[in-house]
Design a protein around this ligand. Structure first.
Ligand code: NOJ
Length: 564
């Protein structure tokens, strides 16, 4: 058993709501806070107790709210401050917690701080300029002005944008409408802290810290392409996080989920070990892109889909669960709003849709740690069915599409990469029923509903005890009954690329989970695995499976006969 004292979030089962796409209550085509309030009963029935909402702040929505224009107001797209207070009130009344996204690495270029910073004639220019990161142009060999460095933004293209009035560039590691903040500026930090305190005073129970490992940059601005190491995971960002932890997070007993890719054991504990003042839970992405194709130069990086390296996924889970075994809690999730839909990504969203969605849930949700279910995952929502580039909405899509074409991809290849990997795949409207706009809205939504709403929707699955939704409810209930956040796990045959077999230990019973991750049948050594000690408890097949042959994506959970 882990350390005491017990905190409320040790029993958290988190549900991530992508606010723009969950439920539109006022029928303007955009999801909103009242929409979440309308669905609190649904969330309760699912068995979750913590809601994480994506950024709700006023924003020009270049990056759907990750570009904040005012840290103290709710975006009119999403409602009002009164709506927000009501959400907190209703959630708390229903024994649910609310955590919000906190964007600390950058603001919108429309934020008043940046408006003052970029305008030499603004009365407060001198004060705000240093809230951001500026650099003089370099000279090329012909004496022409060029970019300060060749660093590449996460959304493709240079990290530098020129401002003529200053004859300087500002740094943006995401879109050019998202200038990076200067964390070495004390006044900037003070202003951000005031914003954090504002939401704490309104009663939020925690935050998810966006892009946390990018807060510090290499101020020597060395050359490099893409140069990620000069603006990622530099040691000083921990000092900033600790400062926030000491002053704001710990004293208010908040749950802090921190987003940071690339950490290893020691740094992970620094972030979210039991004595850390930074986060409580670390969100990393080591298992999220286990099917890249590095040979594809036309759509490089995350964009090319290859064969799934299942051994890597299992090793990653085993590694991270072990890190936090005595020292905290592992964060359990398949994906968020930045990766494709899991059933399309690691499962099969056509022939074996239901079966593979269930297999993915069964393999994950009995493991130790704190789970995060991504909206729509519980009904097996899939990647988009879009045929036009203009159907996509994400800022990243358009820079990357141009990159693909420049790399020699044709339109079809570029579209396929987007349909497989773009972030919009995980951002389509929640499919509540098979009627107009899937019950998300009464008008055309900001992003098109997936055509498969007729077969994949909440209403249909709510009345079907064999649905994916029903299985999620069963698994989450079992998690609670068996206190699986604190459980232990053994991975069997971790190198094997076909099976995902584990033994998890709960409060009352042990469970053996046997999953076929492949689209072909496999055989499992059942006598050895079961050893006469287990009986079948749950499965994802139309009829009770028997024997050692596992159909494509078949999953079975066996329970140990003897109780503890
Ligand atoms: C990470 C968020 O998850 C992503 O959606 C966003 O675009 C970037 N940070 C920038 O805020």
């Amino acid at each position: 058993m882990r350390y005491l004292p017990k905190k409320w979030w040790h029993d958290a089962i988190i549900y991530q709501v992508y606010l723009r796409s969950f439920q539109d209550s006022n029928h303007d085509g955009i999801g909103d806070i009242q929409g979440i309030i309308q669905r609190v009963e649904y969330l309760k029935s699912l068995g979750i107790n913590t809601i994480w909402i994506s950024p709700h702040y006023d924003s020009p929505m270049d990056d759907n709210g990750y570009d904040v224009k005012d840290f103290f107001t709710v975006s009119p797209d999403y409602g009002t401050l009164e709506d927000f207070k009501q959400l907190i009130h209703v959630a708390h009344k229903n024994q649910m917690y609310v955590i919000t996204d906190l964007v600390l690495n950058h603001t919108s270029d429309e934020h008043p701080w940046f408006q003052a910073a970029k305008d030499p004639n603004h009365p407060e220019h001198a004060y705000y300029k240093d809230f951001y990161i500026w650099h003089d142009p370099k000279q090329d060999k012909n004496g022409e002005n060029t970019l300060p460095t060749q660093w590449v933004s996460w959304f493709g293209g240079p990290v530098w944008e020129y401002v003529e009035a200053l004859n300087q560039y500002y740094l943006h590691i995401f879109s050019k409408k998202m200038p990076d903040l200067n964390w070495r500026n004390k006044n900037m930090k003070k202003a951000l802290k005031a914003a954090i305190q504002f939401w704490i005073d309104l009663g939020v129970d925690g935050f998810r810290i966006d892009a946390s490992n990018h807060l510090e940059k290499n101020w020597d601005f060395p050359e490099g392409k893409p140069g990620y190491e000069h603006f990622s995971s530099l040691p000083k960002h921990h000092e900033y996080l600790q400062e926030l932890g000491r002053e704001l997070f710990k004293p208010n007993d908040l749950l802090i989920l921190g987003e940071s890719g690339g950490a290893k054991r020691q740094e992970a504990l620094q972030y979210a070990g039991k004595d850390s003042h930074e986060f409580n839970l670390l969100i990393h992405f080591e298992h999220c892109w286990a099917d890249g194709d590095d040979t594809n130069k036309k759509t490089p990086g995350k964009w090319a889909k290859g064969t799934i390296d299942l051994a890597h996924i299992k090793q990653s889970f085993a590694y991270w669960i072990d890190i936090f075994k005595e020292e905290g809690f592992h964060t359990l999730f398949w994906h968020n709003h930045d990766q494709p839909r899991i059933v399309s990504h690691y499962g099969d969203d056509a022939k074996y849709h239901q079966r593979s969605a269930k297999m993915l849930a069964m393999s994950l949700y009995l493991l130790p740690g704190i789970p995060i279910v991504y909206y729509g995952e519980e009904i097996g929502m899939t990647n988009v069915d879009y045929e036009q580039l203009s159907d996509f909405r994400d800022v990243e899509v358009f820079t990357e599409y141009d990159n693909f074409i420049n790399n020699g991809a044709n339109h079809g290849e570029a579209m396929q990469a987007l349909k497989d990997r773009a972030r919009d795949n995980a951002r389509t409207p929640m499919q509540w029923h098979d009627g107009p706009f899937a019950g998300f809205s009464k008008v055309t939504p900001w992003i098109n509903v997936n055509g498969n709403k007729t077969t994949i929707n909440v209403q249909q699955q709510q009345t079907d005890e064999h649905s994916i939704l029903s299985l999620y409810k069963t698994l989450l209930k079992l998690r609670k009954e068996e206190d699986l956040a604190y459980g232990a796990v053994d991975f069997y045959n971790i190198e094997d690329q076909n099976t995902f077999n584990t033994l998890v230990s709960g409060k009352h019973h042990d469970y053996l989970m046997l999953c076929n991750f492949k689209d072909t049948p496999i055989k499992q050594p059942m006598d050895t695995l079961l050893d006469g000690a287990f009986t079948l408890y749950l499965h994802n097949m139309p009829t009770t499976p028997q024997g050692s042959s596992f159909e494509p994506y078949e999953a079975r959970i066996y329970r140990k006969k003897s109780e503890k």
